[in-house]
Design a protein around this ligand. Structure first.
Ligand code: HMG
Ligand code: MG
Length: 313
């Protein structure tokens, strides 16, 4: 039996990744991508968003995507839900988990969803009630948890206020978003320690964007502080279209590699993950940000013998 400690890789590529692409990723290819990701052993996949199609045109096919993916047993497919209208659309879909989101920065929240933080939070209880009646689990983002591209430092009180609402509504997991890669490792350790102490009932996840090359070092800092769920995106795609300086999430391939090299069990089959990366590269017609999919896993890793662990030329 595998005695290694398990960690969860929470794949956000189909949502965070594709929302930021300038070209529309065709619906059939999105479905193919999600199916390949499910086949790779990933157990959590953020599949799409039920937001306004004019705000995020890349995900305007959310209902069709959710209707046509091959859902695998044991895989949780989550969707972003900003408000009641999004919740109704999510309820009509086959989503397993609804993900709330609100920014700790008032300026960014307004740019993102056109509301104050208080108005975002005021809409959540009804969504939580409907989700719970329908047997859906709840996840929640604290966006700009480590800093805002417009305001700079964010108020810890705002972060706590959001966490309090999540805890009260039974949100099972809160993901701390470093929306534009402003976090540093000591800061990550301090915030995680503070929130683990204050909200022991809410599992914490880490969601790092790599605008400044600090994504994986922050992932390690979050791990050292006790986090065991890491959001990442296939090929390192991603970014919030409403945040200045947005860039991709930490790549899933590199996150899986880091965790496995550290002796952790991600449950992900790396070769199968590369099939998903190959599809993304083919559709977008460009090299991906993931180093591991270019040069492969280290040679001493199981199966890490070079070519079979690199994308085909
Ligand atoms: P709004 O325009 O303020 O909404 O949009 P409204 O309530 O005023 O309604 C206006 C119209 O929009 C109405 O239609 C509504 O029906 C419609 P009309 O009567 O005029 O024909 N409407 C909707 N249509 C479809 N889906 C909906 C919906 N709601 C209202 N859900 C809204 C508010 C939140 C919808 C809009 O601002 C929006 O869609 N924003 C997009 C936000 C977004 O997706 N941001 C990116 C994700 S967050 C992120 O990336 C960060 C994260 O990764 C973490 C991190 O990195 O830190 C999560
Ligand atoms: Mg994000």
């Amino acid at each position: 039996m595998d005695q290694r400690e398990q960690v969860t890789i929470y794949e956000v590529g189909p949502r965070d990744g594709l929302q930021f692409e300038s070209q529309f990723f065709p619906t059939d290819r999105k479905i193919e991508l999600i199916n390949l990701l499910s086949a790779s052993g990933l157990k959590k996949i953020e599949a799409t968003s039920f937001v306004h199609p004019k705000a995020v045109p890349q995900l305007r096919d959310a209902a069709e995507v959710m209707a046509r993916i091959d859902k695998q047993a044991g895989v949780t497919y989550s969707v972003l839900v900003p408000n009641l209208k999004g919740c109704q659309a999510a309820l009509a879909s086959r989503a397993d988990e609804f993900t709330l989101f609100v920014s700790a920065s008032p300026t960014h929240n307004r740019k993102n969803v056109g509301m104050s933080i208080a108005d975002s939070l005021a809409g959540f209880p009804e969504i939580a009630r409907l989700a719970s009646e329908a047997g859906k689990s709840l996840r929640g983002y604290v966006i700009t948890a480590f800093g805002c591209p417009y305001e700079g430092a964010v108020s810890l009180d705002n972060v706590r206020r959001i966490m309090e609402v999540y805890a009260r509504l039974g949100v099972r997991e809160a993901s701390l978003g470093d929306t534009t890669g402003m976090a540093n490792p000591p800061q990550v350790q301090r915030l995680v320690a503070e929130l683990r102490r204050g909200f022991p009932e809410v599992n914490l996840a880490a969601h790092f964007h790599d605008s400044r090359g600090t994504g994986l070092v922050n992932t390690y800092a979050a791990f050292a502080a006790g986090v065991r769920v890491f959001d990442s995106s296939i090929g390192g795609l991603g970014g919030c279209p409403f945040a200045k300086g947005a860039a991709g999430n930490v790549p899933t391939e590199d996150t899986v590699n880091l965790c496995e090299e550290m002796g952790l069990d991600t449950g992900v089959d790396f070769d199968k993950l590369l099939q998903a990366a190959a599809l993304v590269r083919e559709v977008l017609g460009r090299e991906l940000a993931s180093g591991t999919s270019r040069v492969g896993r280290p040679r001493w890793s199981p199966g890490g013998q070079g070519e079979s662990h690199c994308l085909p030329a």
